[in-house]
Design a protein around this ligand. Structure first.
Ligand SMILES: O=C1O[C@H](COP(=O)(O)O)[C@@H](O)[C@H](O)[C@H]1O
Length: 271
């Protein structure tokens, strides 16, 4: 690997006040959006579910957000109907999309009919239907990125990720074979250790080609995880493997409770 592509070290920003975290994250996102829109006229974002969507409330009603320029994809999604309590889309809808003027067609979900087909299959026959979902989502990405950024992998302007207590990101779980996927843009799993078991996820090559990846984590329940991820990357938890090639950069927006055991140096971002 030539020096110019070597990944940069993560930037850790820790906040004592939850409102400050939410506000700084929103400022950071708007700055990334401005740069992207100025350069290319659009802002491509991938977003995960879990506790992340509620941390994006600083975007609601915020001046400078050009919602019509956003093209949103899911970093991972559970294979359940889009209005199901387990759906990452539903979470985002509840916490963000329903509260901001983003055009519905700019939010890229999986086709409901494909979800229905995949959900109806018994476990032993589900693989084909899940493959179809992963292929269809990959095609959407190809449509969005191909011939525009002309790269082997899409270059998202921003990927927003949470991290599970086991160090998983998207639906990339510790020890899972998908951690070594180096070709596909989107992959499926049938055996997620966290329910529901059927999911699709962006793969590491996609995540590690992003212009920026921002992790968001809060609460004491994430303290041990963050310590391992940031202080002991050699353990190889999925979150430690997020190291976009330069000029890509990974950021951590966390609260002091989540960072309580982390020795890794903090940075004060100039936004
Ligand atoms: O299952 C999932 O979990 C992760 C982490 O969720 P959190 O609630 O611990 O923040 C989430 O990022 C991912 O999108 C989701 O499918």
């Amino acid at each position: 690997m030539s020096g110019i592509h070597a990944p940069s070290a993560p930037i850790l920003c820790s906040f004592s006040n939850p409102d400050e975290l939410v506000d700084s994250l929103a400022q950071f996102i708007v700055k990334a959006q401005k740069e992207a829109v100025q350069k290319k006229g659009r802002f491509t974002v991938a977003i995960s579910g879990g506790s992340l969507p509620q941390q994006l409330s600083g975007l609601i009603g915020r001046p400078g957000v050009k919602w019509d320029k956003w093209q949103v994809y899911y970093a991972d999604e559970r294979i359940v109907p889009l209005d199901h309590a387990d759906s990452n889309h539903r979470l985002c809808e509840e916490h963000l999309w329903s509260k901001v003027p983003i055009p519905k067609e700019n939010i890229h979900t999986i086709d409901s009919q494909l979800i229905e087909a995949a959900s109806a299959e018994p476990a032993e026959d589900a693989e084909d239907a899940l493959e179809e979902i992963a292929d269809a989502y990959e095609q959407e990405l190809i449509h969005e990125f191909a011939n525009k950024d002309s790269a082997r992998f899409p270059i998202f302007d921003l990927i927003l990720l949470g991290v599970g207590p086991d160090g998983h990101i998207g639906s990339l779980f510790p020890g899972h074979a998908l951690l070594s996927e180096d070709d596909r843009w989107v992959a499926y799993i049938t055996d997620s250790p966290k329910p529901p078991p059927r999911r699709f996820t962006l793969t590491f090559p996609v995540i590690n080609h992003a212009a920026r990846v921002a992790f968001v984590a809060s609460g004491a329940g994430k303290a041990d995880t963050l310590h391992t991820v940031l202080d002991k990357p050699e353990v190889g938890l999925p979150a430690s493997r997020v190291r976009p090639s330069a000029p890509g950069q990974v950021y951590w927006f966390v609260d002091d409770a989540a960072a309580a055991k982390v020795e890794y140096p903090r940075t004060q971002l100039k936004l």
